[in-house]
Design a protein around this ligand. Structure first.
Ligand code: NAD
Ligand code: GLY
Length: 369
């Protein structure tokens, strides 16, 4: 941490021994020259961004990071561009500019840019420094922390990738002022997930403060970003490579990924599919006798109040089931699910009655949203 800072920056640590790193959270960090420079050590920095985010934030970031060699790569916007082709494009720019092993790759954008830039940092010269500057709520509460990087393959989402932890995550909460409302709601799905998975106090706080969050109230947003990062940092510190506990972060995602892939990643935002997936995970937990009807109703109400879908829409239940069978958590042909014993208490199991899964899928799919 730099000395002589005038304003306190809220800082958390992801504890991974020699690969530990800070998460800095504050409004206006993109303009804090001293803070930025103390966390970006390299002289040569490749900044990966996209056509939406770069015009908004690249000028301020570049001004704050001088003097050093900054080379931007501006990608087209959208999940459809999280491809091997764009990974190759980033690597080409690194090579063309003769960036050495002591360079850094910096991601300025949402989860798409972060995943791509991180994979480029993981693979260039077998791994160079990486800095995350996430600008969506989803990336600030989830994807920028934890070191999962990668790209999509026509055969599946995030099929190609690597674990590569960043050297710092710099969260300027003021970037959320330009985020479209639909993207903000998608990010809230991951925040609800954290509460539901492991923090009943956070879940109850969300029930009480959802309107402030939806209105973009800065203090409410800062609170959920900090708490979400605390939860994720602690889990990643204990289980970096998802050998156990980290899989609980996939609550709602087995259903959600199935919705996304069944609709070819074109209709649903990731967070929207997670919202519906959380409702389905709660309904499945109720069908198995683990969760009370009252708690399942609380989940559904919060998701709906957040403006997120609570139903898989017109995707058929058989189609959903087929897509769930492609999930990375399938073991020995059996779909493993993250279920709930209560609000704030998730667990992973493959021991559930098939009828419970069938009835949940039938109840939450196959009709208009
Ligand atoms: P995204 O990166 O596509 O960003 C959403 C939209 O918001 C884009 O159009 C983007 O250009 C725009 N945008 C970004 N910041 C903005 C700002 N401040 N103002 C205005 N517009 C802005 O999507 P996302 O929801 O951030 O991330 C989704 C991706 O993250 C998916 O590819 C998903 O697989 C991945 N993901 C990764 C992890 C992980 O652990 N690595 C976790 C969750 C999700
Ligand atoms: N988003 C789930 C994880 O990072 O493990």
């Amino acid at each position: 941490m730099s000395r002589g800072r005038r304003r306190h920056v809220h800082t958390l640590n992801v504890e991974l021994r020699s690969r530990s790193y800070p998460i800095l959270i504050d409004a206006g960090l993109l303009e804090r020259t001293a803070v930025l420079n103390s966390h970006v050590a390299a002289r040569d920095v490749l900044i990966v961004s996209n056509t939406t985010v770069a015009p908004l934030y690249l000028p301020a970031l570049s001004a704050a990071l001088t003097p050093r060699r900054l080379v931007p790569v501006i990608l087209p916007d959208g999940e459809a561009h999280k491809t091997l082709g764009n990974l190759s494009r980033i690597l080409d720019v690194l090579v063309a500019n003769r960036f050495g092993r002591d360079c850094a790759v910096l991601a300025l954008g949402g989860g798409v840019v972060g995943d791509l830039a991180g994979f480029a940092a993981a693979s260039y010269q077998r791994g160079v420094a990486f800095v995350q500057v996430p600008t969506t709520l989803l990336a600030q509460v989830d994807s920028a922390v934890g070191g999962k990087t990668g790209v999509n393959h026509p055969g599946g989402k995030n099929l190609i990738g690597a674990f590569h932890q960043p050297d710092a995550v710099i969260i300027d909460t003021r970037t959320l002022t330009t985020l479209p409302a639909r993207e903000l709601r998608a990010g809230l799905a991951e925040v609800i997930k954290y509460g539901l998975m492991g923090d009943a106090v956070l879940f109850a706080w969300l029930e009480g403060h959802l309107d402030a969050l939806l209105a973009g109230e800065p203090q409410a947003l800062a609170h959920v970003i900090r708490r979400s990062c605390e939860i994720k940092a602690a889990i990643v510190g204990r289980d970096e490579r998802e050998q156990g506990e980290r899989a609980l972060l996939n609550l709602g995602h087995t259903f959600g990924h199935a919705i996304e892939s069944a609709t070819a990643y074109k209709e649903w935002l990731h967070g929207e599919a997670v919202g519906a997936g959380l409702v389905m995970a709660a309904a499945m937990s109720q069908a198995c006798g683990y969760l009370s009807a009252a708690d399942a109703a609380r989940v559904r109400q919060l998701v709906e109040r957040a403006g997120l879908p609570a139903h898989a829409g017109d995707v058929g239940s058989q189609t959903l089931r087929e897509h769930m069978a492609l999930d990375k958590k399938v073991k020995g042909g059996r779909i493993r699910l993250v279920l709930l014993r209560g609000i704030g208490s998730a667990f992973m199991t493959d021991d559930y009655p098939d009828e419970a899964l069938q009835s949940t899928l039938a109840a939450y799919s196959g009709a208009p949203r």
